[in-house]
Design a protein around this ligand. Sequence first.
Ligand code: DC
Length: 243
Amino acid sequence: MSHQADFTEKIIITIDGWSSCGKSTLAKQLSKILNYVYIDSGAMYRAITLYFLRNHVDWTKKRAVDEALDNIRLEFKFNYKSQQSEMHLNDENVEYVIRDLVVAEKVSEVATIKDVRTFVVAQQREMGLSKGIVMDGRDIGTVVFPDAALKIFMTADSAVRVERRFKEMYEKNPNITLDEVKSNLQMRDYIDSHREISPLRQADDAIVLDNTHLSIKQQLDIALKWAKERISQQSQQPTINGA
Ligand code: DC
């Protein structure tokens, strides 16, 4: 399949799903081919968690959370060397440190906090104003962009997800064990799908992409076909003045 694309009509593509089922891999590839902006929404929750941990913020106290949020500035900046947009917390590039297990162990808890979600979602909606974005996360198709033209819900067998995440983390930290990765994923999946505010769930109009038995190339081909269909449907919709 050719991946050449030149679409003038821009849509919003949301990719939600369980931890470590390949959302960001797909989102990055799709955004590159379509010439869209990729937003890793989880990175925003991770950066806030990093700030809370570093500054010993007691996130069980609303006042402490609100004061901390007042001092947090999140920004994605494109890095030409790595060819990806990277998370900056108060002007510091934290793209790599936010992937540590120390952050991964607390991020789901921090992401349950109402004021944290309000802070993050407002910024995400702003990023979507000009469309042409692919955003991955847990509540993007249900809460952040409920009117998105294409919503993908990704899933994969949990053993496969543990294996994939283990390989990824082992490269950076050879002391990590499969059990540590497994219990972290299970804990995050549980908290993410059971929290009171914006829990992870499949939007009614999302298309499920189960990639347990798919290669990266196969999942891309499927998602790209869906994206092209939605973009062309969008471009055929009548405008207000009938043009
Ligand atoms: O996608 P990720 O693994 O980097 O996300 C880290 C955590 O952030 C995840 O366990 C739950 C939270 N998250 C969220 O609550 N809502 C999102 N849209 C994205 C992530």
